[in-house]
Write a protein that binds this ligand. Structure first.
Ligand code: 5BU
Length: 265
């Protein structure tokens, strides 16, 4: 494993993928490597949390299909908040079908994900055709894809050869694929710069009784070389403290990043 010695700003200058450049620049500008996972089921709650956490995050992660009262106005309002607070949007759709199907799931249907989500993700189970299908829709729109090379849950099958093959697939599609959902940094050569967005981050608990496993921001960023921490219940699980918790995780993530920079000076 090769650990990157470059700052987010350095990487933003050099990155071959436009979406990754935008995200890295945003992270540096905002001094935040925090993504909030807003897994709530009402439009009003989702918008309220996005608005309160907005100033502290680089990325808002959605599961748009869990919102009971989804409508097009929700997307309009999320886009407005994204501009107002300067964050990007990541729909954690976890596509997993053949290329011909996922391109429709991505561009069409009720959610029209490609029209508003800067970033989405996909399993590599079906093989490389899934990337081809998503790329056909996403690349002309300037979108970016990340692959699931390692999941955060206990007993996940995303390990060993599966992870190695997933990285190899990403390497062949660097115009569109810029990183991974993973638990470790994935670069194998000095010129590679895949971003690693990592879920399973929490400061107060170790698990959730349903397989989720939590590590601290420090562990994720310093020890494992990840780039973006994804925090859900650690923030929205305290509805009266959204700002306080968002600020707490933003600070923990950024302090860990500064420590990583110092270690490599
Ligand atoms: P939590 O409340 O911080 O546990 O939420 C984690 C979020 O990240 C949630 O939206 C999951 O769907 C998402 N997630 C994950 O936890 N682990 C994974 O490996 C992947 C996504 Br991929």
């Amino acid at each position: 494993m090769i650990n990157t010695f470059k700052t987010y700003a350095d990487r933003a200058q050099q990155h071959p993928n436009a979406c990754a450049r935008d995200l890295l620049m945003l992270m540096e500008r905002k001094k935040s490597n925090l993504s909030i996972a807003v897994d709530v089921t009402s439009k009003a709650e989702l918008l309220s949390i996005a608005n309160q956490a907005g100033p502290y995050i680089c990325l808002l992660k959605t599961h748009i299909d869990i919102v009971d009262d989804f409508d097009a106005d929700l997307v309009d309002q999320l886009e407005t908040l994204a501009k107002q607070h300067d964050f990007m949007i990541f729909e954690d759709r976890k596509f997993a079908d053949i290329g011909n199907t996922v391109k429709r799931q991505y561009g069409n249907g009720v959610y029209k994900i490609a029209s508003w989500a800067h970033i989405t993700n996909a399993h590599t189970v079906p093989g490389e055709g899934i990337i081809d299908g998503l790329k056909e829709v996403g690349l002309p729109l300037g979108r970016g894809l990340i692959l699931l090379s390692e999941m955060s849950t206990k007993g996940a099958l995303t390990k060993g050869d599966y992870t190695v093959e997933s990285v190899a697939m990403a390497r062949r599609h660097q115009d569109f694929v810029f990183g991974f959902i993973a638990q470790h940094q994935m670069n194998e050569t000095p010129d590679e710069d895949f971003l690693v967005l990592t879920p399973g981050v929490g400061l107060d608990v170790k698990g959730d009784g349903m397989g989720q496993q939590y590590h601290t921001p420090h562990d994720a960023i310093v020890s494992r070389g990840c780039d973006v921490i994804i925090v859900g219940r650690g923030i929205y699980g305290h509805p009266d403290q959204i700002q306080t918790q968002a600020q707490r995780y933003r600070d923990a993530g950024w302090d860990a990043y500064l420590e990583r920079c110092k270690l490599h000076q």
